[in-house]
Design a protein around this ligand. Sequence first.
Ligand code: DGL
Length: 265
Amino acid sequence: MEHDKPIGIFDSGVGGLSVVKNIIKVLPNENFIYIADSKHFPYGTKSAGEVRNFALRIIKYLLAQNVKAVIVACNTASSVAIDEIKKSASPIPVFGMIQAGAQYAAKTTKNHKICVISTPLTQKQHTYLNEIKKINPSTEVFEVGSQEMINLVENGIEHNEFAVNLTKENLKEPIEKGVDTIVLGSTHLPFLYRTVKSVAGESISVIDPSDFLIIQVKEFLDNNDLLNRKHPSERLFFTTGNREEFKEKMKVFLEGTYIPERLDI
Ligand code: DGL
């Protein structure tokens, strides 16, 4: 049955687990396969071509597992490879982070000054800036590329003094410029929400693109009669890196006991 087929989800590491958390909350019946390409982490400091190749290899694997949809739970892969991924997955629908994040930011901002925190590669591609400007060309977009913040999360850290100081440094200029919205433009960053919010303060909205994306995914599945109405769901996790390490990281970021498998692709 189409409804029972899993959703394929991938990221370079633990970041996509922030998207998984939303799926479990909003689409609790869905079966899914999550792949963490830990062997190639970080994507954010690699070339666009390298990340594209990693992403296409994972897509090939997911398609062979008969997925009914794909979520590219990685802003960096979305920013460099979404068109190629969509082409190679067609007719299977593919959802990326950037458009959803840009739409969410454009809806949230009141003064049209937005900051996007991402990997250096996403920043270099200006994908968020371009998508936000497509919606409203007069919006000012401040792009912060910080691999260091993302690496903290990959190493299991959600909040500490070092993270706060690093975030302060990175957000100093955009905050001085008066942004009213900060986009967590890497799927690792929602795990630093508390840290970012403590620096941004009450008056600045800190938003997670996947909150918006999952609503779009749900609508799509519903409109196409693809929602799985049966419970419980099967949730499979794979890592291309060290299985024990990934298991420990999953314990930090995801409630419940899941045992990841090692995947050689
Ligand atoms: N989680 C990925 C993203 O959303 C990036 C992490 C990395 O540098 O590999 O961009």
